[in-house]
Design a protein around this ligand. Structure first.
Ligand SMILES: Cc1cc2nc3c(=O)[nH]c(=O)nc-3n(C[C@H](O)[C@H](O)[C@H](O)COP(=O)(O)OP(=O)(O)OC[C@H]3O[C@@H](n4cnc5c(N)ncnc54)[C@H](O)[C@@H]3O)c2cc1C
Length: 613
């Protein structure tokens, strides 16, 4: 959504780019003939067409699409599990971590807890035809996980301390509004839905994975989805507006708070700092007739596994785990390869180096002084200390997580697979521990826990400030010291308490004493395992911010690209998948893109109806 607004602005202002319209490559040999051979003096240990640093959703989406064009692609991942924020890790019944590389067969996997590190809420993926960009990536790479659908959702809100549990969808949402917000909430909702629906139908008429940031967009989107394209252009300014609840005339306190919560769960920022178009997309998706939620069979690990297969099934392509990149090598303002951290090995990239790492790492991979324009960008975003207090780009807060393995009988049979708890609206949605999401993946797919057990992933939704954890940074890489440090343990337990409370709202028998396996993750865990600066959830740049706008997928260095949640598209599963596609599209020609895009299945009628009625 953010992509469209930003991209269209750039494209319309820029002249037609030559590279976009490179002639179509010979069908049999789809390699880049348009590149002059590299004259570097550096001796490489290996050479591929493209290197992707990081196996998050953005990185693997980008890599899979590039691999599907016939390029050789190497994904280099620092962690021992693929997936970044969306990775899964495995533990046995004794609480011992079992890296997936050491799991030999499926039967071993059955006896392990599958802990998801990040996303648990997905929609628009089980339908064969959908506007969801991740669905389109799966269609283009011809790999996909199996989808489980469900519609039960639970919530404990200040107005509903005893909680409610019902199906999602338009009718039940009206019931919730009427019960807890009265007629005012219903009227406000109807007014809001009416004003957002045209925007939603406009934005959903264009597959985001077909967008490119050069004039080729007139072929990949303009020629294929002319009406939607026209309408999006016509209403382009509205796409960068924020979701201002006052301006929209919403009076109902309940609805305002509810929308704040949804925006925060989606993007890590309250409603008035979220794009109106993002909210329009979401409101349309969650509250339509017969809405369902989707869940990948096997959890987020299976989703990432499908994206990885899109790379590894292609000749000359690979996804290497436990392989950290130390430096991107630049010669004459062009990225020519990477140097690996431990081995010092050099891998050359004939065409592109793409960073899916967070913004800080993406800058730090390039030594200062090799590209003045890149240095200028670095200075603008990171400032002198890379701390928002000193004027760096603002970052979303971090997370606290509880990963629990419990005996099945500890969770009531009639509990929903997921529930959300908000303690107190008056404290603000961003207040520490105020909003918690609880997900019991094994209620949707029993194979995520050993037989007779459930697996719980519960987390505070991006409201844990890193500053509070700075005092323990010295313990980050030393598990034994952390275990012994009483102040650290006490602080960690205090910050995890709201998560225990949230779990116990629906499953009171789940206690510290009754669980089989317990793992607490903190902002330091995010910083360490996901290599995210100050454990951030993404950049907190509100719409219309005068100081910062999200960086694009191209950089001032030729052949150096970036994707993921610190680029134009922003935070969340669909957004980061979009960023991967936008990045890949910047590298491939229009003709290659058109061939891949022919596999996208949009809902019938989308892109054809007018936007303005
Ligand atoms: C707890 C949590 C819950 C969430 N819930 C939802 C949800 O329900 N729905 C939703 O839509 N979104 C959700 N999100 C957001 C979504 O998961 C993220 O926006 C998305 O996964 C980010 O993907 P990414 O590609 O930007 O990067 P990342 O996932 O950050 O991946 C970047 C990768 O780069 C690697 N890397 C970094 N440095 C190096 C290096 N030097 N060498 C090699 N590799 C390196 C990292 O190890 C990492 O694997 C959630 C996020 C979190 C944290």
């Amino acid at each position: 959504m953010k992509i469209l607004a930003a991209t269209l602005a750039v494209v319309l202002l820029s002249a037609a780019s030559n590279s976009a319209f490179r002639p179509p490559p010979a069908v049999a040999v789809r390699r880049r003939f348009n590149l002059s051979p590299l004259k570097s003096s550096i001796i490489a240990d290996e050479e591929v067409d493209c290197i992707v640093i990081g196996s998050g959703i953005g990185g693997l989406s980008c890599a899979g699409l590039l691999a599907a064009t016939g390029r050789t692609v190497k994904v280099l991942e620092k962690h021992y599990e693929i997936g970044g924020c969306a990775h899964e890790f495995y533990m046995d019944l004794n609480g011992k971590t079992v890296p997936s590389a050491s799991i030999k067969n499926l039967s071993e996997r059955k006896d392990l807890f599958h802990f998801e590190a990040g996303p648990s809420l997905y929609s628009g993926l089980s339908d064969e035809r959908s506007p969801n960009p991740l669905k389109h990536i799966f269609q283009m790479i011809e790999e996909e996980p199996e989808w489980i659908t469900y519609d039960q959702w639970g919530a404990f809100l200040p107005e509903a301390p005893e909680g409610y549990q019902m199906s999602i969808g338009a009718e039940n949402f009206l019931k919730i509004l009427r019960t807890y917000g009265g007629e005012e909430a219903v009227e406000d909702w109807e007014m809001l839905a009416k004003s957002l629906r045209p925007m939603a139908s406009g934005i959903k008429g264009i597959p985001h994975a077909a967008i490119r940031s050069d004039a080729g967009i007139f072929l990949t989107v303009g020629a294929k989805y002319p009406k939607s394209f026209y309408n999006v252009l016509r209403y382009a300014p509205a796409f960068s507006e924020s979701f201002d609840l006052d301006e929209l005339g919403l009076k109902s306190e309940f609805l305002r708070n509810y929308l704040d919560m949804l925006a925060f769960l989606l993007q890590g920022l309250p409603a008035n700092q979220t794009l109106k178009v993002v909210m329009a997309f979401m409101v349309d998706d969650f509250f339509k007739e017969n809405a369902v939620m989707d869940f990948p069979k096997g959890g987020s690990g299976a989703l990432m596994g499908a994206l990885a297969r899109g790379v590894t099934k292609r000749k000359g392509c690979s996804v290497d785990i436990s392989t950290a990149v130390d430096e991107v090598i630049i010669e004459n303002n062009r990225a020519i390869g990477v140097r690996l951290a431990k081995s010092g090995k050099i891998i050359r990239a004939k065409e592109a180096v793409i960073s899916n790492a967070d913004l800080t790492n993406t800058f730090n991979f390039v030594p200062e002084g090799v590209s003045p324009n890149f240095d200028e960008e670095r200075k603008k975003f990171l400032g002198n200390t890379n701390n928002p207090k000193d004027g760096s780009v603002p970052y979303c807060k971090s997370f606290m997580h509880l990963h629990l393995g419990v005996k099945s009988e500890l969770i009531p049979e009639d509990a929903p697979p997921q529930w959300t708890v908000v303690q107190d609206w008056s404290k603000g949605i961003e207040f520490i521990g105020n909003v918690v999401v609880v997900s019991v993946g094994s209620k949707l797919d029993q194979s995520m826990a050993p037989p007779g057990y459930h697996v719980i992933h519960a987390y505070t939704a991006g409201n844990e400030p890193y500053e509070d954890w700075e005092q323990f940074e010295h313990l980050m890489d030393d598990a034994a010291a952390r275990d012994k440090d009483e102040a650290y343990q006490a602080f960690k337990n205090a910050r995890a308490q709201p998560i225990w409370d949230a779990i116990q709202k629906r499953a009171p028998a789940v206690t510290k004493e009754s669980v089989t396996v317990e793992k607490v993750a903190t902002p330091l865990t995010h910083a360490r395992f996901l290599s995210r600066h100050r454990g951030n959830y993404g950049l907190a740049i509100p719409p219309g911010d005068e100081g910062f706008s999200f960086p694009g997928v191209t950089t001032p260095i030729e052949g150096y690209y970036r994707c993921g949640d610190s680029t134009t598209s922003g935070i969340g599963v669909p957004a980061t998948a979009s960023s991967g596609a936008l990045c890949a599209n910047s590298i491939m020609s229009v003709w290659e893109q058109l061939e891949l895009n022919s596999k996208i299945k949009m809902p019938i009628g989308y892109g054809q109806g007018p936007f303005s009625n």
